[in-house]
Structure formats: C-alpha cells, structure tokens
Design a protein around this ligand. Structure first.
Ligand code: GLU
Length: 292
C-alpha cells in the first residue's frame, strides 16, 4: 500500500542544532519512515532580526551528517512571500483578518484589567482601530473552545478567546508571523502528521483554527518531551544552547533516543542506529490501521 503520510522538520535558523532540535528531527523522521511516508525539511527563515547568517546551511549540513535528508527540495520560507500574501487575501475575503493598532504595552495593560493571561490579545481592535493606524494584521479566531487529541499528550483544548487571543499574521515590523508561514506551508506541502517539541502544544488549537479557515486538512499531532538544561529551561537555539557534539554524533543519537523513552541501542554507526530504531518506533507508534 502506498502511504499518504507526509511529515516535516521545520527548524528556524536562529542558531545551531542542539539536543532539543535533534529530538524533533529524530521523532519526525522516524515517524515518517515507520509509516513508509515522506519526510520534508523546511527552513523557517522569516525573522531576519533573529536569524543567524549561515545557521540554515549549518543545520542542513549536520542533518546530512546524521543521514537525514529531505525527500523533496527543502522549502525556504524566505522565498514564499506570494503564498503568504495569497493566504492573507483568503482570510480577508472571509472577514477573518483585521488591522490592529495596539502596542505590546497596551495589550498587557488591557490583559491586566480584564484578568487575561499576559499577551493574550484582548480583542481591542476587532471592530476597528478607532482611527489609529494599523500596525499588525490579526486573524480573528472563532469564539469557542477548540480541542484535539495529541498522539502522546492526549486530549488538549483551549478556550480560544480567553487562552489564545486573535493571532498576528503580519507583524508591526512588516514581517510574516511564524503562525501564518508555518500553517500555509504545512497545508501546501500536504503535511498529514506534525511531530515536534511540546513547547508548541499550546499553539496548536489556534493553528488548527487557521488551517480550517484556509480550507486545509488538519494533520495528526505528536508533541515530544522537551529537553531541558540544568536550570530546567527549554533548550533554545536563540539562547545559545550547546550545539550537538559533532565528534560524537552516535552518542547524540543515543541521547535523543533514550530521551524519547527507548532503551539504548548501542549501534556502531549512524546507519545501524537508524536501521535498529525504525522498527522499534513502528512497533510503538505506527500500528494504527489508517497509517500502517
Ligand atoms: N520553527 C519552529 C522552531 O524551530 C518549529 C515550528 C514547528 O515545528 O511547527 O521551533
């Protein structure tokens, strides 16, 4: 049977690959292979102030050393303006896009007044900016609770207006927002399965709402346990997490694998590691008939 499965790894080039990114790369790749599916790599280079020159090439180089290469040409978000513009047009036509004049400070002040979690957009400009110039463009989320079942984390739901708030699509600095670029590309690439770090679990309900608004198919989700540093913080490329030790990539693979809850494989090469890991992943995560 030909599998329809399409998965992806979507790093932002804000720094070098670290142990947390390897967990996401490994989980998404193994899940694609275990389902006889396609694995795509997408470079999320939409944030020039945060992107580091050369980081994307370095990420692809290290992935290649790990024998992880995209099954289709790598998608670079910096080349995809037309697609994002078109998606804005779709949202606009449906009345789901509006200009927002609020500064971050104003949003936080209003959140405090209303008792909303800091940063949740309180809807101030939903019915117009009152003559103030629009700074950002926001997607109007449906006024409801939206839930989904994560393959690892189980049922997860959010009251969208109270816990997410209308999402920025185009930022005040004119750049595309991660949420828009990520969803437009997942939809256009026909991604059926998103496997990524658990830090994005609470972004998922608003992303599903956006997929639905754009007429896309909602994928299955699997959010993987985060790798934390000594101070119990999530590793982040931007905050200079220690890059993978390229003198010991088999050791790094074992680290990511045991972090995902499997016993050490003790493989003597990278290729042997992957050969041993795929059937074990399949046994644990790829047994349902829809995705066999
Ligand atoms: N670009 C995001 C990151 O590097 C991941 C986006 C995603 O997997 O949806 O954290």
């Amino acid at each position: 049977m030909t599998s329809q499965y399409r998965g992806r790894f979507a790093p932002s080039p804000t720094g070098r690959l670290h142990r947390g990114s390897l967990v996401a790369a490994m989980g998404s790749w193994l899940d694609a292979r275990a389902h006889d599916g396609v694995w795509l790599v997408r470079i999320e280079d939409v944030d020039p102030p945060r992107d580091i020159p050369g980081a994307a090439e370095d990420i692809l180089r290290v992935l290649a050393r790990l024998e992880l290469t995209s099954d289709e040409p790598v998608v670079w978000q910096s080349t995809r303006d037309a697609a994002y513009e078109k998606a804005l047009g779709t949202l606009r036509e449906k009345g789901l896009l509006y200009g927002c004049a609020c500064t971050r400070k104003e949003i936080l002040a209003r959140d405090a007044e209303l008792g909303l979690p800091p940063g949740v957009y309180p809807g101030t400009c939903r019915n117009g900016t009152g003559g103030r110039p629009a700074r950002a463009l926001r997607f109007r989320l449906p006024d409801r609770t939206l839930g989904f079942t994560d393959r690892l984390c189980g049922h997860f739901e959010q009251n969208l207006p109270l816990e997410a708030g209308d999402v920025v699509m185009k930022r005040a600095d004119g750049l595309w927002a991660y949420q828009l670029a990520c969803i437009v590309d997942d939809v256009e690439s026909g991604v059926t399965d998103v496997v990524r770090g658990a830090d994005l679990l609470d972004n998922t309900p608003r992303q599903i709402a956006l997929i639905e608004a754009l007429g896309g198919r909602v994928p299955r989700y699997m959010h993987l346990p985060l790798v934390l540093n000594d101070r119990k913080e999530k590793l982040s490329k931007q905050q200079g997490a220690v890059p993978l030790d390229e003198t010991n990539l088999p050791g790094e693979l074992e680290f990511a694998w045991t972090h995902l809850g499997f016993p050490r494989l003790g493989a003597d090469s990278i290729a042997a590691f992957w050969r041993a890991a795929v059937p074990l992943w399949r046994e644990r995560f790829a047994k349902d008939p829809d995705h066999g």
